[in-house]
Design a protein around this ligand. Sequence first.
Ligand code: AMP
Ligand code: MG
Length: 499
Amino acid sequence: MNIQAKPSVFFPFNNSYARLPDRFFARLKPSPVRAPKLIRLNGALAEHLGLDPETLSSPEGIEIISGNRVPEGAEPLSMAYAGHQFGNWVPQLGDGRAILLGEVIDQNGVRRDIQLKGSGQTPYSRMGDGRAALGPVLREFIVGEAMAALGIPTTRALAAVTTGEQVAREQLLPGAVLTRVAQSHVRVGTFQFFAARGDEEALRLLADHVIGRHYSDASRSDRPYRAMLDAVIARQAQLIARWQLVGFIHGVMNTDNMSIAGETIDYGPCAFMDSYHPETVYSSIDQAGRYAYSNQPGIAHWNLAVLAQTFLPLLAEDEDVAVAEAQEAINEYPELFKAAYLEGIRAKLGLVQERDDDADLAQGLLNRMGENKADFTLTFRRLCDVSAVDSSTDGAVRELFEDPAGFDDWAERWRERLNQEDSSDDRRQLAMRAVNPALIPRNHLVEEVIKAATEAEDFTPFNTLMSVLASPYEDKPEHDRYSRPPRPEQVVHQTFCGT
Ligand code: AMP
Ligand code: MG
């Protein structure tokens, strides 16, 4: 009889960041936890990464994703980086509670980081305990996976475990560890870290690493670093446009929380808007509203200007030439963002042709939504059911406006515009439903899930929400509760980092 041994290789690691010089990171192991328990394993993602879901959710697998055991082939390390936090320069940040286990190549041939978050103190922990509370881990899991389902570039959640230990925040809370997957964890702040030290060699090595992983086209350019900078700027413009188009508010757009690969990263006090208002802020730590919804495009521009500054030594030997190059690159951003946003908002409104006043038409709707506290997601979703020829179909969207008449004159203008297009209601509505989600991770639902998990160790609401959010563009009657805006008493006004 041939008894097969259990596979001992959990991750087919193929590490590259660990090959960079020592000053890029600190090598260390995760700190063990007392009694790890699996909350959820993302089986589809595991398979995409070439991992076996069953092995990963076995007791030995759980030892690994809780940080109790370092798997074969892992080269655990915490990355060094710096950053501007709320505009203030912090020369040394780094992974204060995260450890990169290593990299694997996914089914598409894309290299992906496997990182534990909440895995204990590191040399970069400063005053922190290196741990994560259950609530923020669940929020990152839910919102990150929801973003992925919406088709928006993001880091992913592979697994979450509770640790059997408590972490001290304003109160004692259950601890948890998230296994996070990213195209890389290199941030704008990683470049700042070396630029601030005048370490040109490291900047060049880092840029080459990033080009190899994320911007291979740039390597074929005769000016690879300029090409990489342009490409990073273009990806960020796309990303922020996607956020704006679904009403996502990151909450902490510090330069250390901006991925060089153009993925949404570091979900902290983030949230999706319910009723539309451009100045919406949820983060409890953002008193001045620096990272308000309407500021996000401008903040990204600011962060990219910081990145461009770090590129100066790579762009040209002559400083004036380098500055001119950097300026040229950064000046592209506003138009790139505008174009990406316009393309997206046209699609949301069911417009195929481009007209000069499309932006004005869209703004007209947003202004009325703002004045009438209309729900962002549902307004666009219900607009999908409206006919271009029959205003009697307006009822469901009208009722989202405090004063439904606020919708009517805009709708008239919109219909005029639609009727200039060569389309049918059916075709347009189908296309609109593919870009206007019915389901987003609404704050009150996320809070409800966190409360059940934290207070009663009940993960059923979490798992249910995860499966509901997996198909955000599908209307299902049984998901009605999840698509509805919060009742007044359910509205969440603030979200917390919990760090
Ligand atoms: P964040 O705002 O979560 O992106 O974190 C900003 C910085 O604080 C990063 O350097 C984190 O690694 C660090 N940090 C956040 N929470 C903790 C913690 N509980 N222990 C140690 N470092 C932390
Ligand atoms: Mg961060």
